[in-house]
Design a protein around this ligand. Sequence first.
Ligand code: FHN
Length: 452
Amino acid sequence: MIDLQFFFRHFGQRMAMAVVVFLFPWLLFAQLSGGGEFNPDLHTNEQLLKRWQSLRFGMFVHWGPVSLRGTEIGWSRGTQVPVTDYDSLYKEFNPVLFDAEAWVDLAKEAGMKYLVFVTKHHDGFCMWPSAYTDYDIGSTPFRRDITGELAQACRDAGIMFGTYYSILDWWNPLYPGGHGNPPKDTSRADMKKYITYMYHQLDELLDRYQPEVIWFDGQWERYWTHEEGGKLYAHLRKKKDDLLINNRVDKGNVQGEKGTKIYAGDFLTPEQRIGAYDLQNPWESCITIARQWAWKPNDKVKSRGEILRTLALAAGGNGNLLLNVSPMLDGRIERRQQQRLREVGAWLKHYGDAIYGTTGGPYLPDSVMASTRKENKIYLLLLQEQKGDLALAAPPKVKIEEVTLMDGKAIPWEKKKDELHIALPASLPDPDVNVIVIQVKGDVSEIPDLRR
Ligand code: FHN
């Protein structure tokens, strides 16, 4: 497959577009389409995509009856937790301290602008009252529609709401795949019937909760095909046009497919790592605040610095960060995770302009610095302690007017030929990630990729 990024990176965006449109119109079309090669006329909802990209930072929530055991959701069924025990946990699941508004308030305090909730993970348990199974929240002592309460709280708070749904389902006897011991009884397996069940459930989720994002997972097993991925994408977009669907609806790998196939999906999904710098293909890194996706007692929670550097590198790479929290069995998010989220939110209160609504670059991210740009500003996000002379390639196509800290305090700078030298102050205000603002005259989107 022609590597579009080569063209864009080396010939500049406009020239590259002209070359591609002239030589490979189908490729440009297919490459940017959400529907993949089976739906060449079905494009990503660009208006919604741009809004989602501008939000940059979201909350991922992995939760379910497994929080009663503190083991990993889905994966511990039939391994650390015997299948019969795991599949009975719902009978005790009664998170009486669950408060959707408190979760959404915390997301807002963290500076998170959207929320993706796991409605059904690989263990098949449904966190909403489904008409198509009794293995759902309605069958628990808690009974309340957790998904519905969360969707409403997000709507009330202006937070974009998304639902996660696992295509594979190790609990459902209709799905042929299993995990752990004992090996699954597949005597009733019928993938065609399972797909019908899945379509019914996804229609339920769309009809009842109107998510703006559907975040698929569990696409990797051989029972799900590239063709089915394209069909499902088309079905959902026909039902709800203002919907973003991640690339795990299909069989594409999580960041950029190689080879000849063009997969369905509106954004790429690198996991537990920061995605590659990419101005063409939208992407979102999903990363845990601790180590486990579901709640684990005394799990190691990432530091403030690690999360801020991750957020800076994601935005610097032109990607989003979906940071996962893991609520406890009683419905609360543990204090350590709350504290970390509030620390990140406090940083974003001061430096959020360097993250929200920005485009990645023009300086390619590295271990020292990431950069973003918006309107007439380039933001340098310094990822480690620095002082003295910061030497960079001077950005072409724009005229530098001023260099400041985020609070507007001017910093001495000098342009020597094609180098920009910034005299950093002896100490910078933040212990983890600092921001330098370069105010320019000209269109920052025209600046080609730069190496520091
Ligand atoms: O197996 C899942 C895992 O439990 C978790 O949900 C992550 C989050 O994206 N996805 C799968 C692993 O790739």
